[in-house]
Write a protein of this length. Sequence first.
Length: 230
Amino acid sequence: MRSGLQRIPASARWSIAALVVVIALIVAIWPRDTSSPDGALSAGTQTTAGPIPGGSASVSPGDLDAARARAALAPCPAGTGPAPSTSVLAGVTAPCLGAAGDVDMGAATAGRPLLVNFWAPWCLPCRRELPTVAAFAASAAGKVDVLAVQAKEGSENPVLALGLLSEIDVRLPSVVDTQAKIAAALGIPRAYPVSVLVRADGSVAKVLPTVFTDEKSIADAVNRYLGVAL
């Protein structure tokens, strides 16, 4: 007596085998929940703080100098006087990413409306947004200052951050929020990218947990919350 499987025609058995393979492939590539630690991050959305590839690697002074030379970032801002009493960044200092030295954030950001853009080296939406922010900075020069802030997450390896900026050809003046003091002063969430609009007196006009995809969107936000038409 033939078994049940043997009674099935050969063509049908091949069809069943093919179906099993297809089902296995579907299970393997089925999208996972992005809230799961194993899920892939969705492009075009913010990413929350997480593991930093290469973040614990030691960085030699020579490697850092070479990375800074390749990145050729715009100089970090320098203040010409004390921070105004209304500045939320008064008393906050942060290392400059593109050169040695610390930046007095309160003094350096006073006197002109400011867009602060927080990013992280491992953040894919940040990678896509930064060139748009840089293009806006060029068009808004003289009216609105733009400062990039590398978030605390990833600050252990500035060479990694400088390498990203070199790769995407972004030269924005940048500081490193090594102790998250800038983030705390501006009241941002731990999700990146995030931008903050700061008035000329150093007070916060608006926190924007938004991924900007075009210059016009940034200009519209600046006009709405800072009153600066571009």
